[in-house]
Ligand binder design. Structure first.
Ligand code: TA6
Length: 286
């Protein structure tokens, strides 16, 4: 693994022809590309890779709130954890890739942390030749119970979002942030317009991508919600860090515990929220 400083401090890992990168700011994974594959993570070509800015793409860690938080009043969007520099605890190379561990506490986050919550967050990322493993452990270091939200807001690169299918959410209830209300999924999720949904589901997901001829297996642990998001053309037009033609190239499939399903931690309790992504080859679909 190599230390990098440009555009921001972080690490680059190469295992054979596989490539991965993480930035200390936000403990933000920005690349994972197994050998011979298209990138698995989408990173916007116009992402703001600047100190303190939220990065469009990769795997933003949303913590300790999601969006504007349970009451809709919290800023910045998705919590401050993605805007601050996490402390590197350890890094090691292995035969199959690399492993890094990061730490965030109120003292490390400094003035950006307006939550007043007592916590310790550890993020362990494993860059394998065949699997990306992400593990966020959150501990209540205080003396009272606390409630908080967390999500791994993973941007998956796809050939064309209009042609992909997400399997694994059949019959799950979801909050529809575009159409409004509570809905229930029937069959696979497909995309024909802006999509922003919080599913109540703890199951694994298969993302079938006929253009890249691959299946991304997205497994998770300790997460009661799967968030599925694509802004479509109109949404992308309002974001200066998504190029106008960029939105078909990704879909967010997020391991989350938010809203009514947020995390409740007793003093000393640790919760682990994890996501693992791997690539399987698939034949072309019509
Ligand atoms: O996870 C979906 C979502 O919460 C959407 O509502 C959408 O706004 C997106 O995240 C991006 O949020 P951001 O703060 O990164 O612009």
């Amino acid at each position: 693994m190599e230390r990098i400083f440009d555009p921001l401090p972080g690490w680059e890992a190469c295992a054979g022809d596989a490539r991965a990168a993480i930035l200390d700011q936000g403990a933000h994974v920005v690349a994972w590309q197994p050998a011979g594959e298209e990138p698995v993570l989408w990173l916007s070509p116009t992402a703001r890779l600047e100190p303190g800015a939220a990065i469009r793409g990769g795997v933003p860690i949303c913590f300790p709130w999601f969006g504007a938080g349970p009451a809709g009043t919290c800023t910045p969007s998705h919590g401050f954890a993605r805007n601050v520099t996490w402390q590197v605890l350890s890094q090691e190379d292995s035969d199959d890739g690399a492993r890094l561990e990061y730490l965030l506490t109120p003292a490390i986050a400094g003035r950006a942390d307006t939550s007043g919550l007592p916590y310790e967050a550890r993020f362990v990322v494993g860059f394998g030749a065949h699997e990306l493993s992400l593990e966020l452990s959150i501990t209540n270091t205080g003396e009272q119970p606390i409630a908080l939200e967390a999500a791994l807001h993973t941007y998956l690169a796809v050939g064309d979002v209009r042609r992909v299918r997400l399997v694994g959410l059949d019959a799950a209830e979801y909050v529809d942030k575009v159409g409004g209300g509570l809905q229930r999924q029937t069959g696979a999720v497909t995309f024909a317009g802006p999509t922003d949904r919080i599913y109540r589901s703890a199951t694994d997901i298969e993302l079938h991508d006929p253009v890249f001829q691959r299946l991304l297996l997205v497994r998770k642990q300790g997460s009661r919600n799967t968030v599925v998001w694509n802004p479509w053309s109109d949404g992308a037009a309002t974001m200066d860090d998504v190029p106008d033609d960029g939105w078909p190239g990704f879909v967010c499939v997020e391991a989350a515990s938010v809203g009514d399903d947020c995390l409740h931690l007793t003093p000393g309790e640790t919760h682990v929220l994890a996501q693992r992504v791997s690539v399987l080859r698939e034949g072309a679909e019509p």
